[in-house]
Design a protein around this ligand. Structure first.
Ligand code: GLC
Length: 713
């Protein structure tokens, strides 16, 4: 008998034995005391009682193996049908070994590396007794005021889709019944990155074509890659909260995308339907949620408290049976019916933070560091360097949502420097937003050759519910920066942040040669400090490229590279007075999508199209020279621009990229193929490929490209 048949027979027989209460119980995810929670605290003392009645399907927030074992034992041994729980956690950039924040990982433009990071996170999670992770975060983001941009992969649907795919493959591997893989839950469905004003939890309104062309593609990619769960977002989507939005859950996800996994709410998002004013009470919450297609309710209890009332309605009973089947399918795929204790070890430490995992975190950090400006790096080991700033002695370099980070493995910068034979000294100068104190600093500056200044925002200033209207460095930090540059020493600025900050003042100081390099270090995880030092001293050659546009100021937001041209675009020869622009700021980003420097110098030339007509596909090549003595990675980016269509089309659309290693002075001829389907664009909710002229743009970023044209017949 085939595996699938065996599974279906097992699940059919089990469902037939279940009472309506037991069925509804599978649809509830509870917290448990001492768990890591991310929303309102709930009384947990009754959870054991509920488990024994078969009224809990899963637990969120537990990392304690002993607690997980006891809860699972209760469910398996003390319930009528012995249905095991599954345990879920927010592991979005590592479980014990922490990788760079997802927005930094996206800047690696290295899907295989990201997949390898996810595979490590899966091993550590499963061997922590966790079978499902609430990742990938596929929220397209164009607004750095929104603190959750740190959790996602930036502003482009193609790149975000690649990253989403990589994470799911890394987490889920080939099959889930083993100690090396976990089920993935893609979130937050849908449109969450477009919250109005960049304010978390706020409303989202967009045209369906914008939804289909920008915000849906990463979720489509997730369902194509067999993601096991989808989490609904807190926001309303065109007026209806995602958690009870049947257009999103039933029409698009379950029907159009044929998603067979489990739809879970975000934390208490179903109860919040009352605050959204679309439900008058918990009973209506249960009704609207099941009708819309919610299968598993996180922490709120509308289902276990109210859903039974509607179970005489055949349609709702069918919906309940469908939800229960989806949940039991997941548990079966995880092997929980065969071995509910798989991965729950007493000697669990031996499964975590292995040297190979730390190496993976180091490699990921190396490829996430983004070099924005440079005229003097790398440093020489003979240099006498003074490290200054609030980030020199902190271990808080792992970022928000850092799983169950073990800070004993996270070294501060000065702790890591102590492992080197470099000539260095250090001086804090201030905290992130306080304690300015330069007493004794002048003497140290005068004694050293170069300055490395570490500034930025705290790791907890980004993440959930961390929206900001001011994205500048703090006044205290600018005070320290102004003090330091007075000495006219070669100065390197390192910035830690979970989002694009406003760097126009920094860029101006660079242009005035007051500072001589700017490196964006995001939050790089457990191996942050080693990677930063190795990059400063040239052991690592930075290669990351931005996946979110950096605005000149907050007034430019939302700013993104793939915007429409307008009827008065920036064009040579058109008077300033009559083109789309601001009076007080440029149109373009300070640092554009796809931008990032290297110690190498890459020169692009000879874009050659094999044909100027695209029928089914078009091959082309570009010549790239590493005109330097530094070996390093370069990501070659491929964009198209549809020059004429029935709707106005973006000035740029990323359609391919390759990240290649170049030896010093090496030239590569890099080949690509663009297929007809790559040109798909949704118009009036339908797939559509425009015939006519397209620009093909190839280069190191979204601005500095070589352009040739082809025609689609
Ligand atoms: C939080 C977040 C979500 C997380 C969930 C469980 O509020 O919105 O990303 O997975 O609750 O912690």
């Amino acid at each position: 008998m085939k595996k699938e048949e065996k599974k279906n027979i097992f699940i059919d027989e089990l469902i037939n034995k279940m009472t309506i209460e037991e069925k509804i119980g599978q649809m509830y995810e509870s917290t448990y005391t001492n768990g890591f929670i991310t929303g309102p605290e709930f009384e947990n003392d009754d959870v054991i009682k509920l488990i024994k009645k078969g009224l809990v399907g899963s637990i969120i927030g537990q990392y304690d193996n002993e607690v997980i074992y006891q809860l699972q034992k209760t469910a398996v041994e003390e319930t009528r049908l012995h249905i095991p729980l599954f345990f879920a956690n927010d592991i979005i950039h590592g479980c014990r070994t922490i990788f760079p924040i997802p927005l930094a990982l996206a800047c690696t433009w290295n899907p295989k590396l990201v997949e390898n990071c996810a595979a490590v996170a899966a091993k550590e999670s499963r061997n922590s007794g966790v079978q499902l992770v609430f990742s990938p975060v596929a929220d397209l983001a164009r607004d750095p005021r929104w603190g959750r941009v740190m959790e996602g992969y930036g502003e482009d649907p193609y790149l975000a889709s690649k990253m989403t795919r990589s994470l799911i493959r890394g987490y889920q591997g080939k099959e889930l019944y083993n100690e090396n893989t976990v089920a993935a839950c893609v979130k937050h469905y849908a449109g969450y990155g477009a919250v109005s004003g960049g304010r978390d939890y706020n409303s989202v309104d967009m045209s369906l074509d914008t939804f289909y062309n920008y915000y849906l593609p990463p979720f489509m990619e997730a369902t194509k890659n067999d993601v096991k769960m989808v989490m609904t977002s807190f926001n309303t989507f065109n007026g209806i909260p995602a958690t009870c939005n049947s257009f999103l859950l039933r029409d698009i996800l379950k029907k159009k995308l044929k998603f067979k996994g489990v739809v879970i709410s975000d934390y208490t998002a179903s109860d919040e339907l009352i605050k959204h004013k679309v439900c008058k009470d918990e009973e209506e919450v249960a009704y609207k949620s099941i009708m819309a297609g919610l299968d598993h309710e996180m922490v709120s209890r509308s289902y276990i408290n109210q859903l039974k009332k509607f179970s005489n309605d055949e349609k709702i009973l069918n919906y309940i049976n469908d939800s229960v089947r989806r949940i039991l399918n997941l548990k079966y795929d995880l092997g929980l019916f065969d071995n509910p204790y798989l991965g729950i070890h007493i000697d669990f430490e031996k499964y975590w933070l292995l040297p190979a995992y730390l190496d993976q975190a180091y490699l990921a950090a190396n490829e996430s560091i983004t070099l924005l400006e440079n005229r003097i790096l790398p440093l020489n080991k003979e240099d006498h360097v003074l490290f200054i700033g609030p980030f020199i002695d902190t271990k808080r370099l792992v970022g928000a949502w850092a799983g169950k980070v073990d800070h004993n493995y996270c070294k501060s910068l000065i702790e890591e420097l102590a492992n080197t034979n470099y000539h260095y000294d250090y001086f804090k100068g201030c905290e992130i937003n306080s304690d300015f104190n330069t007493k004794g600093l002048e003497e140290k500056i005068l004694k050293n050759d170069k300055i490395v200044l570490l500034l930025g925002e705290d790791q907890w200033e980004s993440g959930e519910n961390k929206s900001k209207t001011n994205l500048e460095l703090s006044d205290i930090q600018y005070q320290l920066l102004d003090y330091v540059i007075k000495f006219n020493k070669p100065t390197i600025l390192l910035i830690h942040a979970g989002r694009p900050l406003i760097l126009s003042r920094i860029k101006k100081l660079y242009e005035e040669r007051k500072i001589d390099a700017v490196m964006y270090n995001w939050f790089l995880g457990t191996m942050s400090s080693k990677s930063i030092i190795h990059t400063l001293y040239g052991i690592n050659n930075p290669s990351a490229k931005l996946t979110m546009s950096f605005p000149y100021n907050v007034g430019q937001i939302p700013i993104y590279y793939n915007h429409l041209p307008t009827g008065r675009p920036k064009e040579n020869g058109i008077s300033d007075d009559y083109r789309t622009r601001y009076l007080d700021a440029p149109n373009d980003a300070l640092y554009p999508f796809g931008y990032g420097l290297s110690y190498s110098k890459f020169i692009y030339k000879n874009l050659i199209l094999k044909s100027e007509i695209l029928e089914k596909e078009l091959s082309f090549s570009i010549e790239v020279l590493n005109d330097s003595s530094y070996a390093g990675y370069e990501t070659i980016e491929v964009y198209i621009e549809c020059m004429n269509d029935i709707v106005s089309r973006p000035i740029n659309e990323l359609k391919n990229f390759k990240k290649l290693w170049f030896l010093p002075h090496e030239t590569k001829v890099v080949e690509f193929v663009i297929k007809r389907n790559d040109l798909n664009y949704v118009v009036n909710s339908k797939n559509h490929i425009a015939c006519g002229t397209y620009g093909l743009k190839v280069g190191p970023n979204s601005i500095d490209t070589i352009v040739k044209y082809f025609t689609v017949k």
